[in-house]
Write a protein that binds this ligand. Sequence first.
Ligand code: SAH
Length: 226
Amino acid sequence: MVGSHPHSRGLGLASPASRAKMVEELRRNGVSDERVLAAMLKIPRHDFVEEAWKGEAYRNRPLPIGQAQTLSQPVVVGLMSQALLVPSSETGARRRVLEIGTGSGYQTAVLAELIERVYSVERLKGLSESARKRLAGLGYRNIHFGYADGTLGWDAHGPYDGIIVTAAAAEVPRALLEQLAPGGRLVIPVGPPNNQMLRAIDRSGARYQATDLATVSFVPLLEGRA
Ligand code: SAH
């Protein structure tokens, strides 16, 4: 298989073998949910970055995706997906999920492999359009794309069993808490650029309970109109 993909180079850096190595690294770093591991083994991460970065696609590092934005490192994508999938003790499996920050669409693809219906909002038009095309090209049909300010959530389709935010918020946006269904879980990095905590916030009735998951480093969530 090495070298058979149109994007691969002589070293086979875009090959299934390098993807399998990435998955081993995920396991060593706390990603244990087999559904997440299987999705990340399947999805061609090199298809989500520009030509110049394809050789780096399966290393555990963030990658530039243009417009000063970055695709998170695989371990962070794995940990966030796994945190989102933890079933609710009240309502069970999560079937409708909202993602804020489509970016390249890689995290969106991981979610689309695991969840019935994914809503994904991106504030930068160029990124939203290219992710839309890329994910359609890969055959995903269960993703609904929005081009808007995601700090306002996406009220029209809510409430959601899960919400995932892939940029750091200074404070948790109120709209996202409101659009979480009872039993729902919000996974979001919170804090200033050099001191961010990945947090899970579980809603039970009208109560919210936060759990700190890991220190992380995300680009800031852009607030206000695009
Ligand atoms: N999850 C993405 C990368 C995240 S980078 C991936 O897998 O590639 C953070 C993304 O959040 C960027 O694309 C950025 O444009 C977007 N973003 C920042 N602020 C936003 C907002 N208010 N609403 C929606 N998207 C936002």
